[in-house]
Design a protein around this ligand. Structure first.
Ligand SMILES: *Cc1c(COP(=O)(O)O)cnc(C)c1O
Length: 374
């Protein structure tokens, strides 16, 4: 927490706006829109809901295709199924871990060739790294396909001075408990297209017609953010800058301490981008070292230190078996490789120097032990 939450919540309670609407919701939307440099925003109950609304506004429906990054959390793609559409998964780039532009180019060319272009492309900015947006957007423009940015993990990250989430037709942020700022649960849909946002707002509030009585012509959702939670979000947004600073410092310290270990490859920032370093991630090059990344993770766990495996790619998930997948290069499945060789280190904004050094020490000891054993 930032420390100011109680004052904001107290204000919400005193004003008696205890509803999925109210002044804090409106302020929170304005403040986010201003911060990331877009025309407007709609505060909703989760990042997943925001993706769902974006797909609905684009009119993604049964029988449509939607392209989506494969190396991501399942929430990026679930809304494609909510709409009854068909996902197609796109591999990752080995440098950024984000959508491979060569795989995307292949997928779009093939889709155009058979006359079945996707209705949208969902690009994820994984772990805070911003994807190669100029290439991705120009590819999508070429085929007239709108881009939805899943920026759930990358609020505060920039690409050529522009904020992640502000470059596509829609951007999506999450304020789930694990994200860089949180409302305990919540999300935000942003866009430069006011009309599209109006439609999203209408759908998020049960698609009620502007009549005196309750009239509905289409199916809507109950997806608005509570005024109480928006109050929390506003005080969180005030410390976003410090959070990014803290997470980048955590990353820097890991690199200083562990960067020289043979085979350790920390995820790079693309040129002209600045990552919020939501999570410090690295992969272990198994051709340069004997030890395996899962040994590090298990040793950390044994020392009561939680480290996470990299997202299991969606094209490898049982629930998506049989779904079409475009690899980075022929016979080169990068996201699977990153899943097998990558790790997310503890990266909290409040990680103390002492705790971080304990983590570092634990990793160094694991490696020297593994060397002897080898
Ligand atoms: C957290 C997350 C989401 C979903 O956000 P919720 O607010 O939890 O629904 C979507 N995509 C990615 C990449 C995420 O990390």
């Amino acid at each position: 927490m930032s420390g100011e939450e109680l004052a904001y919540i107290q204000d919400a309670l005193q004003s008696n706006w205890i509803a999925p609407l109210g002044p804090h919701v409106n302020h929170f939307e304005k403040e986010i829109a201003e911060y990331v440099g877009v025309k407007g925003a709609v505060a909703v109950s989760s990042g997943t809901a925001a993706i769902h609304l974006a797909l609905h506004v684009i009119n993604v429906t049964k029988g449509d295709l939607v392209f989506c990054s494969s190396l991501t959390f399942v929430a990026s793609a679930n809304p494609i199924l909510y709409r009854g559409a068909e996902p197609v998964f796109i591999d990752a780039d080995p440098e950024t871990w984000n959508m491979s532009t060569s795989a995307l180019a292949d997928a779009l060319a093939e889709a155009a060739h058979v006359g079945r272009l996707p209705k949208a492309v969902i690009v994820v900015h994984l772990y805070g790294q911003v994807a190669n947006m100029s290439e991705i957007c120009s590819l999508c423009d070429q085929y007239g396909v709108p881009v939805i940015e899943d920026a759930a993990e990358s609020l505060g990250s920039t690409y050529e001075q522009r904020h992640s989430g502000s470059m596509g037709l829609f951007g999506v942020y999450s304020f789930n408990g694990n994200k860089i700022i949180t409302t305990s649960g919540g999300g935000m849909l942003v866009s430069h297209d006011q009309q599209a946002l109006e439609k999203a707002l209408y759908l998020a509030t049960q698609a009620k017609d502007p009549t005196e009585y309750y009239q509905h012509r289409e199916l809507g959702y109950n997806y608005r953010m509570s005024n109480l939670l928006a109050a929390v979000g506003r005080s969180q947004l005030k410390v976003l800058k410090e959070r990014v600073h803290a997470r980048r410092a955590v990353f820097q310290r890991y690199v200083e301490q562990l960067g020289d270990i043979a085979g350790f490859i920390f995820t790079k920032e693309l040129e002209n981008t600045r990552s919020n370093r939501w999570l410090t991630t690295l992969r272990v090059d198994h051709s340069k070292t004997a030890f395996r990344v899962d040994v590090i993770r298990r040793t950390l766990v044994a020392h009561n230190i939680e480290a996470r495996p990299v997202w299991k790619p969606l094209h490898l998930q049982p629930m998506f078996s049989g779904v079409k997948y475009y690899p980075h290069e022929k016979g080169m499945d990068v996201s699977q490789h990153l899943f097998q060789t990558g790790i997310c280190l503890p990266s909290g904004s409040n990680l103390s120097l002492r705790d971080q050094m304990r983590i570092v020490q634990c990793i160094k000891e694991t490696i020297s032990f593994e060397k002897i054993a080898f």
